[in-house]
Ligand binder design. Sequence first.
Ligand SMILES: Nc1ncnc2c1ncn2[C@@H]1O[C@H](COP(=O)(O)OP(=O)(O)O)[C@@H](O)[C@H]1O
Ligand SMILES: Cc1ncc(COP(=O)(O)OP(=O)(O)O)c(N)n1
Length: 266
Amino acid sequence: MENVLTIAGSDSLAGGGIQADLKTFEELNVFGVSALTSVASITPTNLTLHQLPTTVIVDQLTSILTQLPIHFAKTGLLGDLATLEAVCAQLESTTTQVVVDPVLVFKEGQSQLQATYITAVKQRLLPLGYVTTPNLAEAAQLSGMSITNKTEMVEAAKRIQATGCPNVVIKGGNRLAGDVASDYLRMGDVDYWFESPKIARQTTDGAGCTFSAAITAQLAKGQALPEAVEVAKRFVYMGITHGVSISERLGSVWQGASRQWEEETK
Ligand SMILES: Nc1ncnc2c1ncn2[C@@H]1O[C@H](COP(=O)(O)OP(=O)(O)O)[C@@H](O)[C@H]1O
Ligand SMILES: Cc1ncc(COP(=O)(O)OP(=O)(O)O)c(N)n1
């Protein structure tokens, strides 16, 4: 079995973060290991990041990268510039292929990431990526343009490729107007579109983390990127459709949905 690493923050409500990543890895039959960067504390009005000391993050990565073969890793919420730089320094000394989920904007709230952080994502983190998976709002920040339609998604992906990441998936998701959840993969200079009906449910927390974790798992198992994105899209679609309303206000993707559905239809 392949080991797969997630370098990400904790979301105690499991609406994303390391919790969603590890559940996804488990469901897709890879062995998930993790380096925790930050603990996000989410209330109806606030999103606070409690950042771990850089030395603790580096210690976790050293322990993992010096002892285990890790062919694929994903990065999620890194949280601040010092963490981003430390993580990049560690990854630069490996041959690990990296799926970069830039995590600048998420549904539960806006973190206070500075312009210097976004610049570092473009200059240090994206060049290390095999593929990056911004949502529409993140793609707008990384490309420096507004994105309201598919033509602009293509142009934004080209601009993001210019940072040095060869493959870009822009998730149109719920943010792109219309009835269809359209995600766009630009792989080199080839275009792929992945589409599903938009699901009118609130159980979308964690959709982005689950999507990038699923891509990472499928790549680790040897699948090519377009097929990995297709599997991830279906996995998230099932996860939202059978998502869990964990409270009156909060709804999360259910990573066990594909397995449950397969078991029920056997
Ligand atoms: N309402 C929805 N219906 C169907 N698919 C959705 C919906 N919302 C998001 N998705 C899908 O979930 C995945 C994650 O997208 P998104 O929620 O935009 O990312 P993020 O969580 O990073 O904001 C994408 O494949 C997107 O198309
Ligand atoms: C610690 C932590 N990191 C990332 C997220 C965001 O999760 P994501 O799946 O990318 O986005 P949403 O679908 O929840 O918008 C998180 N909640 N916590």
